[in-house]
Design a protein around this ligand. Structure first.
Ligand SMILES: [Cu+2]
Length: 163
């Protein structure tokens, strides 16, 4: 068990309990593929935002993410590439989710770009996201919109507990 701080207190308060090595709770699950840590961020520019999550594969076979859809604007899978100290975003046509492994969409790496938003995303909003995979099909779920500070804290917490 990796949790050191306030196990009993957390349980008593109904906060995030210590889960040891268990994966974070999935908000969508099908055919071995599970989505957790799903958050969209408050729009930094009026018409764009980003979505992050963890995609886990409990199956012995890999799967492939082929497409993303969103109730808010147009969704595109991107990665960040750095060449000569300069970072830019690149479109990613397909992303393999390894067998018995996971892919983490995180700031500075893979992310879903939300563009052409009809209105800026605000703290407390919810977006509907669909992830289409070759084997598992399309997983649809809702993700809360949080500030970048909140996002960083939440992801840091789960990544620390589930390395
Ligand atoms: Cu992007």
């Amino acid at each position: 068990m990796r949790c050191r701080v306030g196990f009993v207190a957390s349980l008593a308060l109904g906060l995030i309990g210590c889960t040891g090595d268990a994966p974070p709770p999935a908000i969508a699950e099908h055919d071995g593929i599970a989505v957790s840590d799903a958050y969209a961020t408050v729009s930094a520019a009026p018409e764009t935002s980003a979505f992050y999550c963890t995609i886990s594969n409990a199956d012995a076979r890999p799967d492939t993410l082929l497409g993303v859809e969103s109730s808010a604007g147009m969704a595109m899978l991107h990665s960040v590439v750095t060449v000569d100290g300069r970072s830019s975003m690149q479109s990613v046509p397909r992303l393999e989710i390894p067998s018995r492994g996971d892919v983490r969409l995180r700031p500075g790496g893979y992310h879903v770009m939300l563009a052409d938003l009809p209105a800026p995303l605000r703290d407390g909003d919810t977006v509907e996201i669909g992830l289409s995979l070759v084997r598992a099909g399309t997983l649809r779920f809702r993700a809360p919109v949080v500030t970048y500070t909140d996002l960083a804290q939440r992801l840091e917490q789960t990544d620390r507990e589930h390395r």
